[in-house]
Design a protein around this ligand. Sequence first.
Ligand SMILES: CC(C)(COP(=O)(O)OP(=O)(O)OC[C@H]1O[C@@H](n2cnc3c(N)ncnc32)[C@H](O)[C@@H]1OP(=O)(O)O)[C@@H](O)C(=O)NCCC(=O)NCCS
Length: 429
Amino acid sequence: MAEKYEIRRFRAAEKAGAGYAWGTEWLRGVGVGFYDDRHKDEFVDKVLAMYRVDNREMTGVYQTGDVAAHSLASDVPVATFATLRKELNIGYGRQLPAHMVTAVTVRGTHRRQGLLRRMMTEDLTAARADGMAIAALTASEASIYGRFGYGVATFERSITVDTGPRFQLRHSATGRAEIADPRVLLDLAPEVFARVHRLTPGSLGRQEAYRQRVSGALSKDGTEDDGVKCALHYDADGTVDGYVSYKFAGWEAKPPTVKIVDLLAASDAAQLELWQFLGGIDLVERVSWQEAPVDDPLGWALEDPRCIEASDHRDMLWLRILDTEAALAARRYAADGTLVVRILDGLDLAGGTFELAVHDGGATVSRVEGDRAPDLVMDVAALGSIYLGGVCPVTLAAAGRISQPTEGAALTARRMFGVERAPHCLTHF
Ligand SMILES: CC(C)(COP(=O)(O)OP(=O)(O)OC[C@H]1O[C@@H](n2cnc3c(N)ncnc32)[C@H](O)[C@@H]1OP(=O)(O)O)[C@@H](O)C(=O)NCCC(=O)NCCS
């Protein structure tokens, strides 16, 4: 492979820099991989500007020899990969920098030649050497990333909510919602997100594209999205503590439907009151949301929880522990206890036996040398799954993904790894 392909890593540059032309062709490669329509220059320009804000690193795999006559030129990568780094809320407000992997594609005609494996292993090894304790991604298919040590840590689902006459919430409003020009979200969305992020285990910092998209400033084709609408939520003091960005599905949709683009609330009251707002939109009888939490207070606040029709319960955030000692030590724990865990890692990045001793919620973690018997044995992917408290170690033990030489150790782990509220990741990348 070495002679057939060359790997280049670079960051997006201003128009005059080499990274601009590379970035343009790299985006073309991603578009080929995801079967996108051809991007317009204006769109490419905006995307590369956002990548500069996020300090995203792009990786491209290029053919070194002559390409077939009339086929895509050699400066369009046959495989793509990108990374950026943001903070992950790992419970109780604690933050751990996460190495986020995205834009993974391999052109169909170059598949199954080890390109993904090469990009992924080289990248994870470099991230580990750079001091990162955790990597994260979201997956198009659930069968690809387990082999690289990623485990599913959070879930999400799609919902449609009947907002007709039976939509009644058991909640007395403490604040209020008002319609606003969605462009105010260019500034307000990051502020509200920062508050929500601090309160939400599993939340990952958002890339620049979010505020552009939720405010309607940028649609998928690079133009403005004039269909986006917005309501803000104000707390009792008049401070904006939540918003919903949404679109009307058109008069043809039966029943008339509103689709949520983004809904963020920095308090439980704001969350319910934004739903009260959505439930009260005149002429609309249904609200849909593709990125709803699985453990959602909405159902418990409704007089008739069957107003919610949920579908497509799916994996969302995948975590890959790169440094077990650092990742375990960074967490705060829900219960005290001591566990010796053996972590198996096929890529040899995070494996070993570790003692996790928790006192008053704080952890001391040490590598265990010699042959002290572990209480729990698991693959590094299983550790990624239980790390945010969103997947139950007892369930993984039942599935054969965790073994517990010490009886009851999985239940102890379940108690210890709990977080203050259900983990949920609000950031797609
Ligand atoms: C998924 C994809 C990136 C794989 O790339 P690739 O270069 O062919 O993968 P590799 O040759 O390096 O294979 C790596 C391993 O993954 C396995 N694999 C690859 N694609 C897979 C898939 N879709 N499902 C299950 N396993 C897969 C291979 O069998 C191989 O296993 P092994 O190393 O244990 O033997 C590529 O098929 C692709 O671009 N798909 C379309 C875009 C996409 O889905 N991207 C993922 C976005 S999250």
